[in-house]
Write a protein that binds this ligand. Structure first.
Ligand code: ADP
Ligand code: MG
Length: 298
């Protein structure tokens, strides 16, 4: 099988591990930068060039492009789909997952529990947005935040106002969300591969922070995956159309809430916590999908 991993940084842990595992199984792997592709449509149909030369030679394309995915990279994924290539995850799901408002809409529409969330188009509506989520403290988020960098805690109306004003001045949209204090800076990250939750880790924020992202200095431990959490994570990935997903959940006394879905989940934390089989499960899944694709099953 010829595997093409689309990503902007080939040194990323997840990309390296998937490539390593694929090569170990004698698959041909190329890690390619989406920005080196030229997309063509002409009388002959859909075509592609990579670094100025006609491109063929991919059986399975893995889009390891997280919430930072650009319009160009999305167009590339759609172009590949239009040429009937097998792309994991599909373009529509990448689009849903990169936008926290869009994913919360999909989760809520399908009856999945999420923190109360509001989207205020401009300053006039900020107070209403705060009320809609139960008032401060609230979390204010940039819709395309990753690694916890666009996620802020506002303890009062004044703090919320000044954060939102700053974001609006920079022409960023903001999402206002109920702050789940009972989670105490801890969340569950569940890895879903091909509609199956395969494992979970508990991430804990460093002292003085509420964000549990490893990039913010969070710690990670292996966690038991209850049937309830596994089911929620699988449904969350499913309603967003993701074949492979990292689903974040916050625990409350009324049960877990789905916080967000990640389309290109890292799994360094899983490996650090002793869960070593993620890369292998991902490659198993690529092989399974490729078999189905070749025999016309998909
Ligand atoms: N509503 C919330 N209540 C409590 N903690 C939150 C909330 N939203 C985010 N967090 C914390 O911040 C972290 C980052 O938020 P998240 O929405 O996952 O953004 P990112 O995509 O940047 O990871 C979460 O893993 C969680 O620890
Ligand atoms: Mg997150």
């Amino acid at each position: 099988m010829r595997i093409v991993i689309l990503c902007r940084d080939e040194t990323l842990h997840g990309v390296r591990r998937i490539a390593e595992e694929s090569r170990r199984r004698r698959h041909r792997v190329r890690v390619l930068d989406p920005y080196r592709f030229l997309l063509k449509v002409d009388a002959g149909g859909i075509g592609l060039e990579f670094k100025g030369k006609p491109f063929t030679g991919g059986d399975v394309f893995m889009a390891r492009l997280g919430a930072g995915i650009s319009e160009h990279s999305l167009a590339l994924v759609r172009h590949l789909e239009a040429s009937r290539a097998l792309v994991i995850n599909p373009a529509e799901s990448l689009e849903a997952a990169r936008d926290k408002l869009r994913s919360v809409q999909l989760l809520a529409r399908n009856g999945l529990p999420t923190p109360r969330t509001a989207f205020a188009p401009d300053p006039t509506y900020l107070l209403r947005a705060l009320e809609a989520v139960g008032g401060p403290p609230v979390v204010i988020k940039l819709p395309r935040s990753t690694q916890g960098r666009g996620v802020m805690l506002a303890r009062s109306r004044e703090e919320a106002q000044s954060i939102a004003d700053a974001m609006w001045a920079l022409e960023h949209d903001v999402i206002v969300q109920e702050f789940i204090g009972e989670a105490k800076g801890s969340d569950l990250r569940v890895m879903v591969i091909g509609s199956k939750a395969i494992g979970a880790v508990r991430r804990r924020a460093p002292k003085g922070d509420f964000r549990s992202n490893l990039h913010r200095g969070g710690s990670v431990r292996r966690a038991r995956l209850s049937r309830r959490v596994a089911g929620l994570a699988e449904r969350a990935a499913g309603v967003c159309g993701l074949d492979i997903a990292g689903v974040d959940l916050l625990e409350t006394k009324n049960g877990p809430l789905v916080l967000e879905v990640n389309a290109a989940p890292g799994f360094e934390g899983f490996e650090r916590a002793g869960e070593k089989g993620v890369a292998s499960r991902i490659v198993d899944y690529l092989e399974e999908r490729w078999r189905g694709h070749r025999t016309g099953g998909l």
